[in-house]
Design a protein around this ligand. Structure first.
Ligand code: FAD
Length: 559
């Protein structure tokens, strides 16, 4: 059994030992070779790391710390290397060194991908171990990233959220609280204006980085080529986009997903999804997204993170998608899964307090910060209801502010019941925020009751805005027919005028989920008439891939 310095549960599942028969099977995907004591099989930061199974001898996986290193795990015969980064072709988070002369099975990335698709038993064992190892690395603060920041800095909070939503392990050091941060500030000559700072692999320092720079430094998109013409490009890695990616990749299509931020979309902000089939006790949106992401990668889908699409060029064939970073990608089909984002508070102080007390999700804020605090949730939909119930578990009191006269028309009954039954939640109907105050962070909130005209000010330091969503369709710029709220029209909803306005060139009408341009589909919350549910987004993502197949095979060319 492997020896690990990490605190882990389910040890047998994280570090399973292969049987002789399994070792024999796995050997077909690579080569058996002898290795020497001290030989480095991979180093932190390497791309395209191979997968190794120990046959004889031992293999240490260590985290380099400047001049020293920390042992993470010592693999024994029958144990294997790897975690989720390996499937994605991302950079290695740690270094692997042989201990004592021995023998390994050496499997290149393509061999590993074949293995997890072809061998169901080994695939299950490997996928479970990879996911649990990533969780253990996060919980034990092992990894290749250190964030030096301040809890009073909005950008620090944003970078931490970005790393957490990407399930990337990191160590956080606060300049006001941690001695370790002060040492790093001196060593790397970091000034207050440089905060936050990301240190990648102990060597590369990024001052005040954007999400794209963080992704680049940590190799989130390593190995993804922009040059090939894809079968299908999916824009957005929420539930709809990830579902499309899983079905496209598992059915042999060459699929690239472009995600502007991190996988999971809106669902990633959900503390607990309780109405998704198959999870009777509920599942957090982050856990669901993490599993879907790993599943997409298992089948070979490529997912580019922090890769925001700026424009769709629908005048060329194949279509072209332009990223904000200037890259241009050609594709035969497009799946628009860019979802929706929360509307923002319409008050002048808003930009000053974003991420400094004003948030658009309740999941990524440290619970300790909220303990014993009065908080406000704005909105009357299911997401607001979930947030209120979740926050009431540890906040002193939750005020739910809605403009309407009640929740019955906008929230599921089970959430309304929980809100009504909780002594720690107060529903304030016909009420809206009219002022925010504070020096650097939010310190007070003023709201007004529209029915009585009364205003009230409370010492609230945290407001969560979940006020209904607008579609993310700006990047489509006149390419497609949209409805009057900007959602993408598809299938039978498209009128002859819609089709004429975009010069629909075929004799056949648009397919289900197809937009007013052939081979461009819209799924999930971005689609006109969508039902704002994870299950329907996932369903639409899978259905549209069947239709992409029909188009690629010429069945629905209809020219
Ligand atoms: C807090 C919360 C709780 C919820 N709880 C539930 C629940 O319990 N049950 C339920 O059924 N539903 C729930 N929902 C609704 C559910 O999450 C959504 O219906 C679902 O996420 C829609 O999926 P989607 O993939 O269509 O879009 P989204 O989830 O919105 O994902 C769209 C993705 O596209 C990306 N994107 C946008 N523009 C671009 C661009 N230009 N370039 C690249 N990427 C882009 C975004 O970053 C995002 O990741 C909840 C929503 C929220 C916010």
């Amino acid at each position: 059994m492997a020896v690990t310095t990490m605190h882990v549960e389910r040890r047998e599942q994280i570090f399973p030992t292969l049987t002789e028969a399994q070792l024999e099977r796995i050997s077909h995907y690579g080569t058996r070779r002898t290795v020497k004591d001290g030989e480095l099989l991979f180093q932190q930061g390497d791309e395209g790391t191979h997968f190794f199974v120990v046959v004889r001898g031992e293999l240490d996986v260590v985290q380099p710390n400047g001049d020293s290193e920390t042992l993470i795990v010592r693999h024994q015969p029958g144990n294997f290397t790897g975690e989720t980064a390996m499937l994605a072709g991302r950079r290695a988070l740690a270094t692997g060194r042989v201990r004592g002369d021995g023998e390994v099975v050496d499997i290149p990335p393509a061999g590993l991908r074949n293995l997890v698709v072809a061998d169901a038993e080994l695939s299950e064992m490997l996928m479970r171990a990879f996911i649990l190892r990533r969780v253990a690395l996060i919980n034990n603060h092992f990894g290749d990233a250190v964030v030096v920041g301040s809890r009073h800095c909005a950008r620090t909070q944003a970078i931490r959220e970005f790393l957490e939503r990407n399930s990337h392990p990191y160590v956080y050091l606060d300049v006001e609280q941690d001695e370790g941060a002060r040492v790093l500030v001196e060593r790397f000559q970091i000034g207050p204006q440089d905060i936050p700072v990301l240190i990648c692999r102990g060597t590369k320092i990024l001052k005040h980085p954007s999400n794209e720079e963080v992704a680049e430094c940590l190799g989130f998109n390593a190995g993804i080529a922009c040059s090939a013409v894809r079968d299908v490009v999916v824009v957005g890695a929420g539930p709809a986009g990830l579902s499309a990616a899983v079905y496209a990749a598992s059915e042999g299509l060459d699929v690239l997903v472009l995600e502007g931020n991190a996988p999971g979309g809106q669902a990633g902000y959900s503390a607990k999804i309780e109405n998704y089939l198959g999870f009777p006790t509920g599942i957090s949106g982050q856990a669901l997204a993490g599993r879907a992401f790993a599943q997409a990668q298992k089948f070979g889908a490529e997912v580019a993170i922090a890769s925001k699409v700026a424009r769709l060029d629908c005048t060329t064939t194949p279509y072209a998608i332009e990223l904000e970073n200037g890259h241009r990608i050609r594709t035969r089909n497009v799946v628009i899964a860019s979802g929706a984002e929360y509307r923002k508070l319409d008050i002048p102080e808003r930009p000053r307090f974003e991420n400094m007390g004003l948030y658009y999700g309740a999941m990524f804020l440290d619970r300790k910060v909220l303990e014993g605090q009065e908080v406000v949730v704005v909105g009357g939909g299911n997401s607001a209801g979930q947030a209120a119930v979740y926050l009431s578990g540890f906040a002193a009191h939750v005020h739910v502010l809605v403009r309407s006269g009640g929740l019955a028309d906008s929230m599921s009954r089970y959430l309304i019941r929980r809100i009504e039954d909780s002594p720690r939640i107060t529903l304030r109907t016909r009420t809206e925020i009219v002022g925010l105050s504070g020096k650097t962070e939010l310190e007070g909130v003023r709201w007004r009751n529209g029915a009585t005209g009364e205003t009230e000010e409370r010492p609230v330091r945290h407001v969560f805005c979940m006020m209904g969503a607008s579609p993310c369709t700006r990047w489509l710029e006149g390419c497609l027919a949209l409805d009057d709220k900007g959602f993408v029209k598809t299938g039978q909803d498209l009128t002859p005028q819609d089709l004429a306005s975009t010069d629909w060139p075929l004799t056949r009408p648009p397919l289900l989920l197809e937009t007013s341009r052939p081979g461009i589909f819209a799924v999930g919350d971005v689609r006109s008439g969508n039902v704002k549910r994870v299950a329907s987004a996932v369903g639409e993502g899978s259905i549209c891939i069947q239709l992409v197949h029909r188009i690629l095979s010429g069945v629905s060319a209809g020219a």
